[in-house]
Write a protein that binds this ligand. Structure first.
Ligand code: PMP
Length: 414
């Protein structure tokens, strides 16, 4: 393997087995997985495993034949969404889904200007890799000229309670794109701003920016690769929580519990406009085995009431984190919803100076105590806790009992 692939931790974990919220390494050591959203309904979920085995033993092929699996899945998926989100293209990755979404926006608006936040990640194709400012590729066919960035929302350091400041920032970039002749095609955001550090926003917060985008003739693209499938505990989709219906929505990661499935969902007219004069074919996207895995995930979410479960456990987790914040000055802010939660670490609560190095040491110490989680945000000082959805109250207690010990033992320093 080449040197481009980053691994987690000073001593990366060599995992060999998973079950539910647990992972085992090659030495037989057990870890509580508080990080992985891909095994959404639990590592090696029996229903998903059985669905994959059954379909693999029956038929697997690409999508140029008729097959019920893909239609049944898209019907079940879109039934959880607003009526206008009724047509889908299945892919293998979130990157491909975002790539298609941007090309759809160009096809529909006739423009190429794309706006995103300055602290995000949306994938790795030549087009969407332009959106990751912290890891901008040195190469990329000059596509960077079409992208503009707005400061990511930050509820802790620069509150914007009703979303109007963010909307004004986007409006300014739209005006700049129009003025320089590029034109405005779309705003692409994660509706819960997960990679940006999941700022605390009231429900409906995206309303003002959605109006700005539509008034300017652009499309709103919501990347629900991380925020979807009930993770926030209040809604199946984070855009519903934030009070908007996107023109295009993209999906990935948790969609099939680790089987590579992604997707783009939009209104039929919009998808048709993209298809005009152009065929989109993805050899593996939406194959029968992938669709069987994805269907099993949807069934598990419904049958086990995992959205409500995420809320219950998430509320408990944030209460525990707030209790820790009362004793550990280094915790500057506690945030999250459902099973995406965490805390921002600061050297000093008045200056809010990010404790980036400290956060790194905490994460490595937790790993040595058998707890897997990570960090994110503009300053990489926010604990990122995003476990498989079956994560329980007892699991959360183990996580925070261990975190309490690690915070007590780790000297607070930059
Ligand atoms: N969008 C978001 C919000 C992501 O976090 C990621 C992956 N981390 C992607 C898209 C890209 O997905 P993939 O790796 O499946 O291409």
């Amino acid at each position: 393997m080449g040197p481009n692939l980053p691994t987690f931790y000073e001593e990366p974990v060599h995992v060999v087995k998973g079950d539910g919220v647990w992972l085992w390494d090659a030495e037989g050591r057990k870890y509580l997985d508080c990080y992985n959203n891909v095994p959404h309904v639990g590592h090696c979920n029996p229903r998903v495993v059985e669905a994959i085995q059954r379909q693999a033993a029956t038929l697997n092929t690409h999508t140029r034949y008729l097959h019920d699996g893909i239609l049944d899945y898209i019907e079940a998926l879109t039934a959880t969404m607003d009526a206008s989100l009724n047509t889908a293209i299945l892919t293998c990755t979130g990157s491909e889904a975002n790539d298609i979404a941007l090309r759809m926006a160009e096809a529909v608006t006739g423009k190429r200007g794309i706006i995103a936040t300055d602290a995000t990640y949306h994938g790795n194709t030549a087009l969407v890799s332009q959106l990751g400012t912290s890891n901008a590729p040195g190469v990329g066919f000059g596509l960077g000229q079409y992208f503009r960035f707005v400061e990511a929302p930050d509820s802790y350091r620069a509150p914007d309670p009703d979303g109007t400041i963010f909307a004004a920032r986007v409006a300014a970039q739209i005006a700049a794109l129009k003025a320089d002749g590029t034109g405005f095609a779309a705003l692409l955001i994660c509706p819960y701003f997960l990679n940006e550090g999941f700022p605390d926003h009231p429900d409906g917060w995206l309303g003002p920016v959605a109006r700005v985008v539509r008034d300017a003739g652009g499309l709103l693209i919501c990347d629900e690769v991380q925020s979807g499938f009930g993770r926030t505990g209040t809604h199946m989709w984070a855009h519903q929580k934030m009070g908007v219906v996107p023109d295009i929505m993209t999906l990935g990661k948790p969609m099939a519990n680790g089987h590579p499935v992604g997707g783009v969902v939009a209104d039929r007219d919009l998808v048709s406009a993209f298809r005009d004069g152009y065929r989109y074919f993805n050899t593996f996207g939406g194959n029968p085995v992938s669709c069987a895995a994805a269907m099993a995930v949807l069934q598990e979410i419904a049958d086990r009431d995992l959205v409500a479960h995420a809320k219950r456990v998430g509320d408990h987790a944030r209460a525990r984190l707030n209790a820790l914040a009362a004793r550990h000055e280094v915790i500057g802010d506690v945030r999250g919803s459902g099973l995406i939660f965490g805390a921002e670490m600061v050297l000093d609560r008045d200056s809010k100076a990010p404790a980036t190095g400290f956060t790194d040491r905490v994460i490595n110490a937790m790993r040595h105590r058998g707890i897997i989680h990570s960090k994110l945000g503009r300053y990489m000082n926010t604990l990122k806790i995003r476990p498989p959805m079956p994560f329980s109250v007892e699991n959360a207690d183990l996580l925070f009992d261990t975190l309490d010990q690690v915070l007590t033992e780790t000297p607070v320093a930059p």
